[in-house]
Design a protein around this ligand. Structure first.
Ligand code: DAH
Length: 332
């Protein structure tokens, strides 16, 4: 056998061993160029074929083919293996630490709404929704609020040119629900309201309320009181007390305001703070939606979400809730 064949066999085994040891795409590519490239080993060896005898020429051709096939097979095998292990996938370094994504969270107002709704749901209330853009009928007339009521003044309410308005309270959802369904009704309606208030620490032109309405046979003020007390205890803790004071709302008769007693309020003395407006639904309201006030009665209540949020989380100014300063929002 000629020296040339020995040389080719030796170069092949060396290259195969190098390929075995190669750990990345670049070293594999280098071996390929060294052996098979235009100026590599195999083309150079083929040039020497003119120096061997005619009988040996076909044998050398065979060995040359073997070198080429074995190398090519080994190279693709290695590249496949590397790709599977992932350590040399083009452009991806799997050893770099992951990129952390900042996940947002619920705004405090949304969170307080969710908390309130959870409490009311456990007491059997169903959540309903209503439009923020209302008409005078649902926001005022049907709620027994006469045309000369001060809240209907354009100084207090945002009107559109066509006479519609931004709802000043969530109470119109009471009307919309009763128009659609027969008693019994037991709903809460969270949502945004709008009033032409001058913004200060406790007023915002845009705020949120939760409305409650419970209509059935034999509903009394005792049911109202039980519901408000239960809510206050769930929201602020077992040791709170509530008290009801007479008040006036056009759509309830009698009407009350309900205060919650906070013990050691802000580290000081026990304080009564107003939380709810409420009352027994006025018979006129029931008549307006086609209910029979001789057959059904009910109570209604409204509470301010921002007020609950401010009391519960000790927030001194309502405007913080609307400025969307991340440093403030992140605290909750
Ligand atoms: N809508 C009243 C307000 O915005 C709050 C209210 C009071 C709602 C008494 C009621 C209620 O349902 O019965 O001031």
């Amino acid at each position: 056998m000629s020296d040339l064949i020995d040389k080719m066999e030796a170069a092949l085994s060396e290259a195969l061993a190098d390929l075995d040891a190669a750990a990345d795409e670049k070293s594999i590519e280098e071996i390929k160029i060294r052996m098979l490239g235009r100026k590599g080993f195999l083309p150079a060896a083929m040039k020497e074929i003119k120096n061997v005898s005619n009988e040996e020429k076909p044998l050398i051709g065979k060995v040359a083919n073997k070198v080429k096939t074995e190398l090519n097979n080994k190279i693709s095998e290695k590249l496949d293996a590397l790709e599977d292990s992932g350590s040399a996938v083009d452009g991806i370094d799997v050893t770099i630490p992951g990129r952390q994504r900042k996940i947002g969270k619920k705004h405090l107002i949304t969170r307080v709404i969710d908390d309130c709704v959870t409490i009311f749901r456990r007491m059997g209330f169903v959540v309903v929704d209503g439009p923020e853009l209302e008409d005078e009928y649902h926001n005022f007339d049907a709620l027994n609020t006469p045309a000369d009521h001060p809240s209907r003044d354009s100084q207090d309410t945002f009107y559109l040119l066509d006479g519609r308005l931004l709802r000043t309270q969530t109470s119109p959802v009471q009307i919309r629900t009763m128009e659609k369904q027969d008693p019994p009704v037991r709903i809460v309606c969270p949502g945004r309201c709008f009033r032409r208030d001058t913004p200060d620490a406790t007023h915002s032109m845009n705020f949120s309320q939760i409305e409650g309405l419970h209509i059935d046979t034999n509903i009394s003020m005792a049911d109202l009181k039980g519901t408000l007390l239960m809510f206050a205890q769930e929201m602020f803790g077992e040791d709170v007390e509530i008290r009801m004071r007479p008040h006036f709302f056009p759509f309830t008769e009698p009407s009350i305001e309900c205060d919650v007693l906070f013990r050691n309020f802000k580290g000081g003395k026990d304080s009564w703070l107003e939380i709810f407006g409420a009352g027994m639904v006025d018979p006129n309201v029931l008549t307006n939606v086609g209910y029979d006030p001789e057959k059904v009665t009910g109570y209604a209540f409204g509470l301010g979400i921002e007020r609950i949020a401010m009391l519960k989380y000790d927030i001194p100014d309502i405007r913080y809730l609307y400025e969307n300063d991340i440093r403030f929002l992140e605290q909750f």
